[in-house]
Design a protein around this ligand. Sequence first.
Ligand code: AMP
Length: 219
Amino acid sequence: MIVVLLGAPGSGKGTQAKRVAERYGLTHLSTGDIFRAEMAAKTPVGLKAETYVKSGQLVPDSIVTEMVAGRMDPAGKYLLDGFPRNLEQARSFAADLALLKMTVDLVIYLNLSEAEVIKRLSSRRGCGKCGEVYNLQSLPPKVSGKCDKCGEAVVQREDDTEATVRRRLLVFKDLTEPLVAYYKAEQLVQEVSAEGPIDGVAKDVCAVIDGHLAECKKK
Ligand code: AMP
């Protein structure tokens, strides 16, 4: 099974993906997390990706698609967060999956207004070490500036500054949002409002997946 989580930056894809992946035993693949880890380890992929990630632009498709296809196992179950990010990636991913006799089964679109995206991203913080995500307004660390899980410093992502957030939003509107129509044409899209609190959104996302699994059982 392959589930794709689509949504603007800040719509909660990462937060929801972690919960949902654990609940359904799916492998969570976040291309953003992979790039950040590769950048921290200064690997060749990390060095290639760095300028794009820091300035809020998309990393070239060839780097991303190869990275994701290389992680696919026909026996695996995946939750994709942040990939595909444009039509080219979606098309070449479909071709890579076809070779493995796999397909995308479900696309969940986390819908969030632009005003809320900007509000959330400007107050988002993350642990520089373990990657745990916080929000100064809705989910602050228990001790200010320190990660609840590992005690390391909680910092703002370099690409969460206002100018870069605006660029990422433009990239989303121009390149990623058209994927909703692309996957709608394949009747794979279920929309969930991401406006509410984390638990409520998680409940709605799980209801969509349960509905999908029930449909699969009927077939
Ligand atoms: P995210 O954590 O998903 O917001 O991703 C952070 C950054 O990583 C993006 O702004 C891009 O620079 C890069 N990135 C993540 N996923 C992709 C992708 N599928 N294609 C191209 N660039 C990506």
